[in-house]
Write a protein that binds this ligand. Structure first.
Ligand code: GTP
Ligand code: MG
Length: 159
């Protein structure tokens, strides 16, 4: 799994592709989608399971166009709704060129993240990039710690 840096990579010519964000409920997927798109395309809230459909937004840049698919948070399902939301997320993985796995910088990596990383590793051959969210609420040293924890998770799950 590649850890996303400040995104200064040279992409060469004009490029276009599909990406989706996956992560625990409340990880900040919809907030990031809205920020990248530049307008509110997805509802955000402090309550888990806010997003219940795959929502598409388009990011326009001089060197490319990115279609973002925002999906519900993925978790070990306990209810039929949870099961259906997970199915939707997995269907989306087959449609995109890259998966951004969102991990909050302010919460320890736990079983929820391991579950998701394991699912991605098992089901999808799609390249996966780790994205740290909520970095505004942590110190630089907490952020550095979380980056190495994320790298370790990637190694452990062979992502
Ligand atoms: N401080 C801070 N808060 C954030 C950030 N990103 C998201 N949040 C907050 O975290 C909560 C969840 O954000 P969402 O974007 O709705 O999370 P989600 O991953 O889409 O959640 P589900 O759709 O329920 O899976 C909201 O209260 C957001 O305001 C961030 O970068 N910094
Ligand atoms: Mg959401």
């Amino acid at each position: 799994m590649t850890v996303l840096d400040n995104g200064t990579g040279d992409l060469g010519g004009y490029r276009s592709g599909f990406a989706c964000f996956v992560g625990r409920p409340n990880a900040g997927k919809s907030t990031l989608t809205n920020a990248l798109v530049g307008q509110k395309v997805a509802i955000t809230s402090s309550r888990p399971q806010t997003t219940r459909h795959a929502i598409r937004g388009i990011v326009h840049r001089d060197d490319g166009q990115l279609v973002l698919v925002d999906t519900p948070g993925l978790h070990r399902p306990r209810t039929l709704l949870g099961q259906r939301l997970n199915d939707l997320v997995r269907t989306t993985w087959a449609e995109v060129d890259v998966i951004g796995m969102c991990i909050p910088a302010d919460e320890r990596i736990g079983p929820g993240d391991r579950f998701i990383a394991g699912e991605i590793a098992q089901i999808s051959g799609t390249p996966t990039v780790a994205v740290l969210t909520k970095i505004d609420v942590v110190t630089d040293s907490q952020l550095a710690e979380q980056l190495s924890a994320v790298a370790a998770l990637g190694d452990e799950m062979e992502l």
